[in-house]
Each structure stands twice: as C-alpha cells, then as structure tokens.
Design a protein around this ligand. Structure first.
Ligand code: PRT
Ligand code: MG
Length: 218
C-alpha cells in the first residue's frame, strides 16, 4: 500500500505569493487559483497532495512552528521578530528583498542626537530588530510598538525615528523622511516544521531541492 503524505505550504498574499510561484513551478507545482480573485484560504494545486494556505505574513512562522503548515515562506524580518523556535530554515530564497533601516524627519539631526547621547523615541513594528540594533550601538531608546504606517510617527511627533522596511525608498520620500542607517538586508526564507521534516522527509526534500535549484541569487 502506498501512503501519500499531504504537504501544506503557508504563504502570504502579495509579493511573497507572487515571488514564490516560480519556485513552485520548478517543483512542478502550480497553484490552481489566484488569491487576489478568490476568497478561499486553502488553495489546491495541480498536485493532489500539495496545498497552499494563505495567512498573514507575520503568522507564517507560527503556522509552521505548530504544524498548521509543514513549510512556509517568510521574510527574515518576520522570522527574527518571531524568534524562529521550532523552525528549520534550509534556504534563503532571495525573494521579496528589501532592507530594514532607521529613518527620521529631514529636519531632525539624527547624527547629533546620537553623538549627544540623547534618548531616542523610536516607533516600529520590528521591536526585536530595533532593540538589538540600538543596544549594539549603545544608544538608549524608548521603543513604541506600532502595527502599521510607521511613517506617520515622526510626522505627528509620536517618535523621533522609525525602524521600517525600505525597498525603493519612495514611501519615505513621499513623507519627507530620510534614511539615516541601514540595519540589515532582508529576503524571504523557506521554513520547515521540524517534526514534519522527519515524518515527511521524502516529499519535503523533493520540494526543498527543487527550490534550491531555482533560486536566483541577488
Ligand atoms: O501588508 P500586511 O499588513 O498584510 O503584512 P506585511 O506588511 O507583513 O506583509 P507584506 O506582504 O506587505 O510583506 C511581506 C514581506 O515582504 C515582509 O515581511 C518583507 O520581508 C518583504 N518586503 C519586501 C516588504 C517590502 N519589500 C516593502 N517594501 N514588506 C513591506 N514593504 C513595505 C514597507 O513596510 C514600507 O511601508 O513597503 C513600504 C516601503 O516600500 P518602498 O518601495 O516605498 O521603499
Ligand atoms: Mg505590507
């Protein structure tokens, strides 16, 4: 008797979904529906034993950690904030690339504030990354946790600086903010549930190997 071991892959809608499609294609997997047009949260594929679940980007590591999905694709930013417990991280997929940076209002003298040892108010969704970065610089910060529209914080006086993702820089520019430090480069990684890796070794390895062969290094 042959046993099929169904594989569930967690993806977020938008850039991660779009940029994972070519990697799935390399594994012979095509997703049967367009998530932008469908309301379905579970998408079948051309392979009866492979399905995609659509979750919020920040929920991907949690789904994979607890086995709600066997594998997933998540930004390094999201993985650092999650902590990575229970996750095997075999591949940097080199997709959805951007950077995490510090930005301030154009009229705020960040260098001087740092030099003078001022206590900075920093608004961010990325509290772990921000805490580690400013600690390594020896800069004292009060972190203000936000869930969206970080760019608004310096403009309203909520914060002196933000720590946010930057890609083209257009969002900062449109809001009269300037990038004053690059903290780290970001790309999305493949993450695999550690128990699934043992129990479903063969089908997972097939997908990991196909992805590995299709990565376009930046
Ligand atoms: O959007 P939602 O609230 O549902 O969740 P999310 O923002 O976590 O998900 P999503 O799909 O927007 O981002 C998923 C992952 O894509 C992130 O975790 C990053 O690893 C990666 N990524 C790559 C980006 C960007 N580039 C990016 N530019 N994520 C977000 N942005 C945003 C950024 O936050 C800022 O608001 O785009 C804006 C800046 O873009 P530029 O081009 O104007 O600089
Ligand atoms: Mg977003």
């Amino acid at each position: 008797m042959t046993t099929t071991q169904p594989i569930t892959l967690a993806l977020s809608k938008g850039r991660i979904f779009e940029e994972t499609l070519p990697l799935l294609a390399a594994a012979g997997i095509t997703v049967a529906e367009d998530p932008e047009k469908s309301r379905k949260l579970i998408l079948p594929t051309n392979q009866p034993d492979v399905r995609v679940v659509l979750v919020r980007a920040t929920d991907v590591p949690t789904y994979v950690q607890y086995g709600g999905a066997d594998m997933g694709v998540a930004g390094k930013d999201t993985l650092i904030e999650h902590g990575g417990q229970g996750l095997f991280r075999p591949l940097d997929l080199c997709i959805a690339t951007c950077r995490v940076s510090v930005a301030v209002r154009a009229d705020f003298d960040y260098a001087q504030a740092v030099r003078q040892g001022a206590r900075l108010r920093v608004a961010t969704k990325y509290t772990q990354i921000a805490r580690d970065f400013f600690a390594s610089k020896g800069v004292h910060v009060d972190l203000i946790k936000l869930y969206g529209s970080m760019e608004l914080a310096p403009l309203t006086g909520l914060a002196d600086a933000i720590v946010d993702l930057v890609s083209t820089g257009n969002t900062l520019k449109a809001n009269q903010l300037v990038e004053v430090e690059r903290i780290m480069d970001i790309s999305s990684h493949l993450v695999v549930n550690q128990a699934a890796l043992k129990l479903k070794q063969e089908p997972l390895k097939r997908i990991i190997d196909a992805f590995a062969g299709a990565i376009a290094p930046r």
